[in-house]
Design a protein around this ligand. Sequence first.
Ligand code: F0G
Length: 352
Amino acid sequence: MISRYRSRLPVTDATPVISLNEGSTPLIHSPRLSALSGAEVYLKFEGLNPTGSFKDRGMTVAISKAVEDGADTVICASTGNTSAAAAAYAARAGIRCAVILPAGKIASGKLVQAFIYGAKVVAIRGNFDDALRIVRELGALGGVAIVNSINPHRIEGQKTASFEIIDELGEAPDIHILPVGNAGNITAYWRGYREFHAADRSSVLPKMLGFQASGAAPIFHGHPVEPHTIATAIRIGNPASWEGANAAVKESGGCIDTVTDAQILDAQAWLASHEGIFVEPASAASVAGLLRCLGSDRCPRCPFAGGLRAGSKIVLTVTGHGLKDPDAPVKHGGFAPVEADADLTAVRRALD
Ligand code: F0G
């Protein structure tokens, strides 16, 4: 990814590029969401990055710069995906990684990733916001490089997703929808869109629509909250990039809105069974958000309220792979196979 957009990233000949061939993820046309919305809808499937989420884009830059600066240990707080990416890129760089996580609130696949990539894992009795506070305090003591999105290199890397979308569509979309947790990604996308717009690579600036889980919606409510949601990736009550999210929404004419856990899980199942794309719950907040915009309970500031112009393009970022968190949909869907004896008659009966 760094090699694709090198001139727009903070790297020099002195930067040892630590990469796992992240980025260049598919922008998948969604025929059914297009039919429902009357627009051309695409899904930027970030779950197809090397560690299964968009975090790899920021991490390749953050770890490369940390190594350039001589760091031998990196640290982050995480709801699971940042820690997976940090651990993988640190392993690739041959440096140490420590991750501070909220105990009991990390999806099983993500926790396994932190361990298997060789990170030191500390689970605190607290939430993500507590973990990030402790990481800031540890960072101030020195000797470690913080690779959360408060590290500006992370945002720089993540903005490349906007570049890829413009490169592929030949233009920015009219509307971009994504889930919001710590708010680094909406900040990064908006930066990427503005950068390519300023460089005449696109004539459109999309309206940025961010969706928070209704139980973890501090930006929507305008104050920090104690977060609760099944979408553990975005279970955040006091986002670090709050101002960046507000700027993206204000400057683009978009909005921050909410979707309930039930809407998130329904959207996750709908996307898998209608389009063949399995994303984790937090990622399905994008799809739930679009469906909400198309319904009667959309927010008053919704850009869909006035109708979309013909030929409008909408891009939804689906941020992480569904296999990271198999427990949430199983619990929700109550999935269980039909058992049968091992003979043709029994199996045909079961198939009926
Ligand atoms: N989707 C997924 C799958 C995530 O893991 C995250 C954030 C987001 C959306 C929200 O992105 O924070 O930039 O607004 N995960 C972080 C983590 C907090 O620690 O993995 P954001």
